[in-house]
Design a protein around this ligand. Structure first.
Ligand code: ADP
Ligand code: ZN
Length: 737
């Protein structure tokens, strides 16, 4: 059938009330109406649905729309019925949620020819009785929504999707339109091959979402940073994604306790609660929804202002899809993801039960996420490159790496080395293998190829695997290298790369970022020491203020003749540089501070902060206190009372159902917060006097931090960790409090 542009615009206006097409909608619609196959790659919010809805209304017969999600279908059908008044039968869906009467109604409408659009779930499509029914219809075309579900290399593989082609052949041939919001070149080729539509016209919109800001943060104190972020962005709508249901519940609760209106959403909740929570978010009764990735498919809330990934997603496609839900109206959309390599290891572990081939794919997708997170390159550039698109600007101005650029180096020689290696290995290896060779990693795979004898093996040992991975990744972005999508992503050298190799020129590259492996985020209340906490390097706090606070601490420690760390620990100072407490009362809310210490040492600190806040016009996060969900104070009171009564620690632990280590940690946190405890009775019973004195002297005279590990090292072999911790408690209690 032929249509003019005028006719299409008229239909658009009559049916949908819009005056203009978005992006390349018109070309796509025209192509489909004229009987061509179409493959549509369009980012979320681009307006994919219209590409099949309008043609369905124009063409004779019924269009079959295959869509993976039942909930999504109902929304879509409601939406189309909303546009076209008084014609209920114009759109229907067929899935497992319908009862017999409803099914009969759908059938009647289909057979009488009033239905222009029929949404079908893939598992319903494969049912014999449905095939028989559809065979009797005149099909205008097939639309395959979320077409990436066909590919194992997509982020949402669904095996039933692979049978679509054979079912279509049974029902009857008609043009096909496949649509997806995310497809890497590999996924795209899978889709086209699987649907037998290699000749389809491909309509690819740019995947660049100019209004989205991308940032990756160290996951050292994610809860605190999230609460702070939300408090700094009051009244804005946002989604927080977590990987597990448990985390979803926990974070939602944590936000509530901290005065933020938030609700959880995950597949383990009953349908009614889920629907309720989703509506509450859409209707803006709550600001934040904390969800697993089950949330968001087909949700059209245009003004989501931020998407936070509490856990790093399993693939870049998933990440892109989820971040895509921010700023659909073209306005502000901040996308922040927390990253720690520990999470990656955890994800790998989850995969272990799966079939090997699936694990392989999963790992490779995960590694792409790692490179993205650790890279110092423009995030937009990497993302778009991943979807086979170039981003020409040098600096996007809208990602953390562009706003805070890292030093670059001339990587001319390094790139030549990489290319030399690839060519010498006949372009038959993947990126990680190449990086391993150059870094001299002598693993079993390398050995199996005898590559530990290769002349370039270990040539860049001093730079490490990460460095070489970064060089290769940038080679890909610069088109000197490319991935062979048909052959498992083997790296080959492009003509451009060969030209560079023949006649090298200066090439500016960046090294990857180093991430601090964060404290396991599950304890907000950091005990003093156990010697293991790493300070969030260059993270959330105000670095200038932090430096000034450290000076104050140094002064005070000289004046009082106390080790600096006894006054306030580093995490405490850092927290002050985040929270800006200006009174002693506020100071108590900082990590590891507590009543006693605040009163004893706090004044000069809060004076400094008050002055700093005043001079620099700092906007303080109002009433910013991270309250922890678990109420531990009952335990604390019990412990303090029991120690007053000189009860053996073992008994206290038993009564409170803790192990000894947990009890020590709890006591450390009590003392660290400034409460004085006299545990001499217990030390006398359990530690030899001389030893106890040695440990005590060490902390008083030598130690420059509260680290137990350092103490054990310095003191030599005769002391146990428990002994050191006990004496440290005594010491801190006596001199600090
Ligand atoms: P996608 O499925 O690609 O994420 P949708 O089909 O949900 O996108 O469309 C995104 C939004 O754009 C929807 O709110 C839709 O109503 C709107 N939209 C689509 N096409 C047009 C158009 N031509 N003019 C105005 N709004 C449109
Ligand atoms: Zn950028």
């Amino acid at each position: 059938m032929n249509v003019t542009s005028q006719e299409l615009h008229d239909k658009l206006k009559t049916f949908f009330g819009w005056d203009a097409f978005k992006g390349n909608q018109e070309d796509i619609i025209k192509h489909l109406i004229e009987g061509g196959d179409a493959f549509v790659l369009m980012p979320t919010g681009g307006g994919k649905s219209l590409c099949y809805q309008l043609p369905a209304l124009c063409l004779p017969g019924t269009a079959i729309v295959i869509s993976p999600l039942i909930a999504l279908m109902k929304n879509q059908v409601d939406a189309i019925r909303g546009f076209i008044q008084n014609k209920e039968g114009i759109a229907h869906f067929l899935n497992s949620s319908l009862n017999k009467t409803q099914i009969a109604e759908v059938k009647a409408d289909l057979l009488s020819g009033v239905t222009k659009l029929l949404y079908v779930a893939p598992e319903s499509l494969t049912k014999e009785e449905n095939i028989q029914l559809l065979k009797q219809l005149h099909i205008s075309f097939y639309a395959i929504d979320e077409a990436h579900c066909i590919s194992e290399w997509g982020h949402d593989f669904r095996p039933e999707y692979r049978r679509i082609r054979e079912i279509i052949a049974q029902i009857g041939k008609a043009p096909i339109i496949a649509l997806t919001a995310t497809a890497t070149p590999k996924v795209q080729s899978d889709i086209q091959k699987n649907l037998g539509m290699l000749d389809a016209r491909v309509f690819k919109s740019s995947f660049n979402r100019e209004n989205l800001y991308y940032e990756i943060r160290d996951k050292s104190n994610p809860k605190r940073e999230i609460i702070r972020f939300i408090k700094d962005n009051p009244g804005k709508s946002g989604i927080i994604y977590c990987l597990s249901r448990k985390k979803v519940e926990e974070i939602a609760q944590l936000l509530n306790v901290n005065g933020i209106k938030a609700l959880p959403y995950h597949a383990g909740m009953d349908a009614a609660t889920r629907a309720h929570n989703q509506d509450a978010f859409l209707m803006e009764e709550v600001d934040v929804i904390v969800a697993t990735i089950a949330f968001g498919m087909g949700i059209d809330k245009p003004d989501v202002r931020f998407v936070i990934h509490y856990d790093i997603p399993k693939s870049l496609e998933g990440y892109y899809q989820e971040t895509g839900r921010a700023g659909r109206d073209g306005q502000e959309g901040q996308c922040i993801a927390f990253y720690s390599y520990k999470d990656i290891l955890r994800l790998e572990k989850f995969m272990q039960g799966k079939p090997i081939s699936e694990q392989e794919i999963g790992k490779q997708l995960l590694m792409e996420t790692v490179s993205y997170a650790e890279s110092n390159q423009c995030r937009r550039k990497i993302l778009l490159n991943y979807f086979g698109e170039d981003y020409p600007e040098a600096n996007c101005g809208m990602c953390d790496n562009c706003l805070y650029p890292k030093k670059q180096f001339n990587g001319q020689e390094e790139m030549c080395t990489v290319i030399e290696l690839i060519l010498s290995l006949k372009e038959a290896f993947k990126a990680d293998h190449l990086a391993n060779i150059l870094a001299g990693e002598n693993n079993s795979i390398i050995k199996s190829y005898n590559h530990h004898r290769h002349e370039l093996f270990g040539i860049g040992r001093d730079r490490g695997v990460r460095f070489w991975s970064a060089v290769i990744r940038q080679g890909l972005i610069l088109h000197l290298l490319d991935k062979d999508i048909e052959r498992y992503g083997l790296i080959f050298v492009t003509p451009e790369g060969r030209a560079f190799y023949e006649k090298p020129y200066e090439l500016l590259l960046t090294e990857d970022r180093e991430f601090v492996d964060g404290e396991d985020d599950d304890d907000d209340e950091m005990p003093i020491g156990a010697g293991k906490h790493s300070v969030n390097a260059g993270g959330g706090g105000d670095q200038q203020l932090l430096a000034m606070l450290k000076d104050v601490r140094k002064d005070l420690s000289r004046k009082m003749n106390l080790p600096a760390w006894v006054i306030f620990s580093d995490p405490s100072l850092e927290d002050m540089s985040i929270q800006y407490p200006v009174t002693v009362a506020e100071l108590k809310n900082c990590q590891g501070v507590g009543e006693g210490k605040a009163r004893k040492y706090g004044q000069p600190f809060v004076d400094l902060i008050a002055k700093y806040v005043e001079e620099n016009d700092v906007i303080r996060p109002d009433d910013f206190v991270v309250k922890s969900v678990v109420n531990r104070s009952a335990n604390k009171v019990y412990i303090i009372q029991s120690i007053d009564r000189k009860l053996p620690f073992e008994d206290i632990a038993r009564t409170k159902d803790m192990d000894f280590e947990e009890l020590l940690t709890e006591i450390e946190s009590i003392v660290g917060a400034g409460t004085r405890l006299n545990i001499d009775y217990y030390i006398r019973q359990t530690i030899d006097d001389d030893k106890a004195n040695d440990i005590y002297d060490y902390f008083r005279d030598e130690a420059d931090s509260d680290s137990v590990i350092n103490a054990l090292k310095e003191l030599g072999g005769d002391y146990t960790e428990e002994e050191v911790r006990l004496v440290r408690i005594k010491f801190l209690s006596e001199v600090g409090n």
